[in-house]
Structures are given as structure tokens and as C-alpha cells.
Design a protein around this ligand. Sequence first.
Ligand code: TXA
Ligand code: MG
Length: 312
Amino acid sequence: GTQELTADPGGIAQAADFLRQGLLVAFPTETVYGLGGDARNGQAVASIYEAKGRPRFNPLIAHVASVEAAQRFVQWSDLAEQLAQAFWPGPLTLVLPLRERHGVSSLVTAGLDTLAVRVPAHPTARALLADFDGPVAAPSANPSGQISPTTAAHVWSGLGGRIAAVLDDGPCAVGLESTIVGLAGEPTLLRPGGVALDRIESVLNLHLHLHQSGDLLTAPGQLQSHYAPDAPVRLNATARHGDEVLLGFGAVDCDLNLSVQGRLTEAAANLFAALHRLNETGRPIAVSPIPNTGLGAAINDRLRRAAAPRDS
Ligand code: TXA
Ligand code: MG
């Protein structure tokens, strides 16, 4: 069975022990809950793919405790330094050329010669990484293609029984996955996320290339249909049709509101929990228009994928 661990020193030590044993532990980060395994243990990494039902061509992010730890694995650069100084620890992932694997399984990189690295800011994630003292491979702790988890309860409902433990530390503050910037070639936005694009561009003083969705070589994980509730999702809705529940933004009459005051950071923090809740109604979901500025770009990215046609 899956153990529920509280985010106190005892629970964190137990979680680190599970990781050392090659077992999987879901843990909180400031973005979403991650499904962690020892990145140097091929069996552990294989079981991450298996627990999520994730295709093996979709590489994982290595979570590390510090900039210095990241630099052991990847080729550092001036741009990497500027972004790390500005946004680490925090909701930013950098994809850089591999320097030295130090045992990191080739399953983590899915055969690529780049590695995605991130230093999370959440105190419990940091304490876990410090205790474990090695790279932790961690995708979002949800079955592949489904809504990402921002609470331990979301993790339970998706992966309960399939992993060793869930380290519970309440809801995630940011609520959207990290922004991913590719620095192996031209600086490229691989996934919009918790750090808004304009903040990254103003630190680097340049424009990022915008990744074209469907380009499997640069961002293998950016599958069209993702974050998908069971029911259909309709975007830019100004009123309910038929049986729909309306997910609102701003001063609108709706079933659930992402942010009554129209605040994008609040809407981001509420997004996945709202989709989980509306999904439980079993009714089709309509969503109010959301401005595409700042974090709105990442929110709209997730909503477009939630609304995309499904394979099955
Ligand atoms: O906020 C986050 O990033 C969360 C928390 C747990 O840290 N993690 C997360 O992981 O969102 P995941 O696996 O759900 O998304 C990682 C994305 C995938 O789209 C994957 O394709 C991409 O990162 N990725 C990983 N390694 C890559 C690489 N070497 N090159 C390009 N894309 C990569
Ligand atoms: Mg994910």
C-alpha cells in the first residue's frame, strides 16, 4: 500500500529512505506534486514511467538541491547563470547539454544528449533533496495525460496504491508546472509555466524562440491532449450551454471561479484543483476567457490541451 507521510523531519527522512531503496515518493513542490525516484537508479526510473503510464520517449526533469549540484550534470553557460540567479530556487526548468551523467539513467533523458534540471523552492522539496543528496527524477504525480496534482488528495486519487508514499504538505502555491527554457541551442521556450515569459526575456534581454507544438524533437512531452478531464472542455465561453458547468474568471456568474478579482496568479494556483472538482461532476466543462498576458499564457496553454481532441 501507499504510505501517507507528514512533512515533518520524520516524514521527510522516511521519504528519503524510500528514494534510497529505489521506491517512488510523491512530494510537494511549489508548482505541482512530483513523482520522485532516484535518477541514478534505472529500475526506479522505469517504475516512474510504469506508474504514470507515461511513454518512454518523454524525458524527465532532474531535481537537485542547488546550482552547484546542477552544474555537475550539465554544461553551464552565461544564459543559464543569469536565469538561475534570477529564478532558482523556483518554478523554472533549464534544458542544457549533458556534461557528465554521474550515474543518471539514460531513461531519464529518454536517449537525448540534454538534461532538464530544476532547483525547486518548496521547503519540503528542498529538505527532501538535501537529505537524499542526489538527483531526483520527478514528473508531475498524475497518470499520464490527466490533470496535474496540486494536493496530496489529487495524487492519491490518481496513483494511490501504485507508489510507496505521498509526502503531504498541503496545496501547491504556484499551481502550474515550471516554465521550461531550452538552452542547448537557440534559447527556446519549451513550455510556458510558473515564471512568465516576459520576466525571463527581461532578465536575458532577448526574445526566446517559441516552440512549435508538435515538434517532437525539441519537447517530446508537449503532447496535444494533456491535463484532460473525462468530460469535454469548451474554451472562451461566455455562458453555459446545456448541461455544462462554467469555470469562471473575474466577475461572472459561474459554478466555480478561478479568481473573482481576475488575478492571474490566483487563477493559476486554483486551476488544476478546479478542473479536478468539475471533473467529478461528470458534466461537460465550459471555461471563461482568460487574458493571455503574464501567467495567463501558461493557464491558456493548459486549458487548450485539456480541450484538445483525445486519442482514446
Ligand atoms: O513543475 C514541474 O516542472 C513539475 C514538478 C514536479 O517539478 N514537473 C513536471 O514534469 O512538470 P513533467 O514530466 O510532467 O514535465 C516535464 C516536461 C516534459 O514535457 C518533458 O518532455 C520535458 O519536460 N523535458 C524533460 N527533459 C527534457 C529534455 N531533455 N529536452 C526537452 N524537454 C524535456
Ligand atoms: Mg506532467
